[in-house]
Ligand binder design. Structure first.
Ligand code: HMG
Length: 389
């Protein structure tokens, strides 16, 4: 029996800030963003959007195709949780009208937790092949205004279904993992924006890649040359370029620059436009790769490096399944990026500041978005969501 991902769906927020707007405000050359960090835009949630509305929008596409029957576990991975106790997944479970016989839990470890969810899901299906696990990864990446992290904000969600005999990607059993108790990026409970030691975080990411790859090899992983494409956690797309160059150096690869780029370029396209989506980012990268790579990928192996600050990381691989193209929603995913409403710098700044302004009090949000789910506001400290049918 093989186990892996049978379907993968994407959602993002309904507002977008072109990084030209940010560069103009800062009085700098936008080349630093478009080229230097490899980001062109960032998705910004409207006042009536959050990780629940994005996660529900991604998961609804999975349920529309497969139904909810047999899904007895919903794992919600996020580091921008909306409650300290209740899982964001329970809100989504309710919005989607899923059956009561389902375990729902939220997982956190910075950008890594969706990969933890995937590994836990594989274990559940290995024990009982009739089980299906719905994984949702949804995040809003927020840094303080006027900080170096600001251009790497973003928002997106993915949902994927983990089953036996997967239709999209078989996940192979060998992995390399690495944990290191560091402070490269973190968010104390009293802050709505992350703290980061930017340059250190880059070094920590690359060090973790080397360590996870080393364990992957020690545990009998395949050689570098047996992997056709690579998919990295993408806090900004240039990070994946740096990581792949580093891995090529570690293994002594003689691939030239264009050959190295051909192994990752398609995986960068969606993230370049969403910005960092923390836990979702690597799986947005997978979707981008499957949708945008010009070559037929069926039967070919993808290497994944998942990194979550703090830090926990994992290297693993998967085999793309025959017929995978039939499962993609390429046009709809492109439309969800193209259809975002552009906002200018003052509107972006107002949205950013509004998150902190309303904490602790009752409020209603204006109906700004027209998506299937919206965050309606807070009454008696309870978050209210609405579904539009
Ligand atoms: P910075 O220090 O302001 O930027 O912020 P810089 O001066 O390093 O410039 C960036 C790049 O732009 C450089 O290229 C410049 O040369 C280039 P590089 O040398 O790196 O190749 N550049 C230009 N290129 C073209 N035209 C120009 C131009 N000007 C400059 N005109 C930094 C960079 C990444 C530190 C900042 O964005 C930041 O703090 N980001 C947040 C932290 C982050 O994303 N870390 C990544 C690793 S940690 C991680 O991935 C985990 C995370 O996702 C969280 C989680 O796990 O939950 C963050």
């Amino acid at each position: 029996m093989t186990i892996g991902i049978s379907d993968l769906a994407f959602a993002t927020a309904h507002r977008v800030l072109d990084l030209q707007q940010l560069a103009d405000h800062q009085g700098i050359d936008v080349g630093k963003y478009y080229i230097g960090i490899g980001q062109s835009e960032m998705s910004i949630p409207a006042a009536d959007e959050d990780i629940v509305t994005m996660g529900a929008q991604a998961a609804a596409q999975i349920l529309a195709r497969h139904g909810a029957d047999g899904i007895r576990t919903l794992l919600f991975a996020t580091e921008s949780g909306i409650d300290q106790s209740k899982s964001a997944g329970v809100f989504v479970h309710g919005l989607l009208g899923m059956g009561a016989h389902c375990r729902v839990v939220e997982l956190k470890q910075a950008c890594y937790s969706a990969t933890a969810a995937l590994q836990f899901a594989l274990g559940i299906v290995a024990r009982d092949a009739s089980e299906k696990v719905l994984v949702i990864a949804s995040d809003v990446a927020r840094y303080a205004l006027d900080t170096s992290g600001e251009p790497t904000q973003g928002a997106a969600a993915v949902a994927f279904l983990v089953t036996a005999d997967p239709a999209l990607l078989e996940v192979e059993p060998v992995t390399g993992v690495h944990t290191d108790d560091i402070h490269d990026f973190w968010r104390p409970n009293y802050l709505s924006t992350a703290l980061v030691d930017g340059k250190y975080s880059l070094a920590a990411y690359l060090g973790a890649l080397e360590a996870a790859w080393g364990e992957y090899q020690a545990r009998g992983g395949v050689a570098f040359d047996e992997i056709a494409r690579f998919c990295y956690h993408q806090p900004f797309t240039k990070m994946a370029v740096k990581a792949h160059d580093r891995l090529c150096r570690i293994v002594g690869s003689d691939l030239d620059r264009d050959q190295r780029r051909a192994q990752i370029d398609a995986s960068l396209e969606l993230n370049r436009r969403t910005g960092n989506s923390y836990t979702a980012s690597i799986y947005v990268g997978l979707l981008s790769l499957l949708e945008r790579d010009p070559d037929e990928l069926a039967g070919r192996r993808i290497g994944f490096f998942s990194y979550g600050s703090g830090s926990v990381s994992e290297f693993f691989t998967g085999i793309v399944q025959p017929g995978y193209r039939d499962l993609l929603r390429t046009a709809a995913d492109a439309a969800s990026l193209d259809d975002r409403r552009p906002i200018d710098y003052p509107r972006y700044r107002a949205l950013h500041e509004s998150v902190d302004a309303v904490q602790g009090s009752d409020y209603e949000t204006a109906a700004e978005t027209s998506g299937p789910f919206r965050f309606a506001g807070v009454v008696d400290h309870v978050r209210r969501y609405q579904r539009r049918d």
